[in-house]
Design a protein around this ligand. Sequence first.
Ligand SMILES: Cc1cc2nc3c(=O)[nH]c(=O)nc-3n(C[C@H](O)[C@H](O)[C@H](O)COP(=O)(O)OP(=O)(O)OC[C@H]3O[C@@H](n4cnc5c(N)ncnc54)[C@H](O)[C@@H]3O)c2cc1C
Length: 392
Amino acid sequence: MNQDPVSLDLGEDYPELRDSIRRICARYPLDYWARLDEESGYPTEFVAELTEGGFLAALIPEEYGGAGLPLRAAAVVLEEINASGCQASPAHAQMYIMGTLLRHGTEEQKRKYLPEIAAGTLRLQAFGVTEPTTGSDTTQLKTRAVREGDHYVINGQKVFTSRALYSDLMLLLARTTPLDQVAKKTDGISVFLIDLREARGNGVEIRPIRALMNHNTTEVFIENLRVPASALVGEEGRGFRYILDGMNAERILVASECVGDGRYMIRRAVEYAGERVVFGRPIGANQGVQFPIARAHVELEAADLMARKAAALFDAHQPCGAEANMAKHLAAEATWKAADTALQTFGGFGYASEYGIERKWRECRIYQTAPISTNLVLAYVGQHVLGLPRSY
Ligand SMILES: Cc1cc2nc3c(=O)[nH]c(=O)nc-3n(C[C@H](O)[C@H](O)[C@H](O)COP(=O)(O)OP(=O)(O)OC[C@H]3O[C@@H](n4cnc5c(N)ncnc54)[C@H](O)[C@@H]3O)c2cc1C
């Protein structure tokens, strides 16, 4: 691995990028997101505008039609979307899902898919990992892909596959060699790129799941789905490693989303605490209201620094597993603290949908569970950073 010098920008790095995102987000106010939340709808227009601006292709190399920007730039895009009160998840999905294709796909697959993904004519927004009975223990997944000549036949079920109804392609994790025939439980799992346009109604059925927050999440039922062998990404049996390869980038991007959400909640809480007058003075003058907001800000700033450090190491091709996991953890905690503080600051009005606080409060909770739960991040730090005994 080539290691470049680590450089870390403080303050508003990528100012033009931030400015462009803020201008787009200003066209998607609270009522746009409230309507989608109510209808479990998908932000089609918002995603289209981000795609046209090239922001969703930030990480796709220029030779495949993308912007070829560093990970930190992509993190800034996500942070600004959330800091503006919009929802970054449809943007983050494409950014980190296509990483597996970029790193492990054949040249033919990359030439076939990446330019169209960059142009927005092809959506790669869905990633099927989680299953109903295996949860965080991914190596136990039950979805099976069996080679038959120049095809694979796939059977199984995925749950919480977000945006599958709004994606043309889905990256799918399936076992190709049974667990009792592999040396290590992480062997024998493969990644496939499924063309959902062909698969739906021909072996794939997708049903929406109504959830605490609008994440367009679904259940995917797979029955005798035949896909060409060319749908396999990389080598058969190495899929688990490919997914692990992308995890640091994912953690760093998620941390930045948390930072953005936290900034939004703190800004709203500060504004409201300054304006709302009760007992003859702004509620923010009371330290019982002021200090939790100040504390949330302090914790968010610390999380932001760790996220920047992790991104700087990643972009310099240096090991960053510890920092990426710690950044995700600190940022998920800080954004939840900020969200809960904002809800409390708004009093009863925080519960009224038109203020947008209760919706963001629900959205800020997800980072404790997905894409990875807090305990699993702490297990990484305990076992891989501190060398404590393994629990699994
Ligand atoms: C809105 C939403 C969107 C999602 N989108 C996607 C998606 O697009 N694609 C996808 O594949 N998945 C997606 N997920 C699934 C998500 O990644 C999982 O929910 C998450 O990884 C946890 O898995 P689980 O729900 O099966 O929980 P489980 O693994 O059953 O864990 C339940 C609880 O037990 C804890 N736990 C489990 N094992 C241990 C242990 N050894 N030590 C300590 N604690 C432990 C966990 O931390 C957790 O708190 C989404 C989930 C949600 C809610």
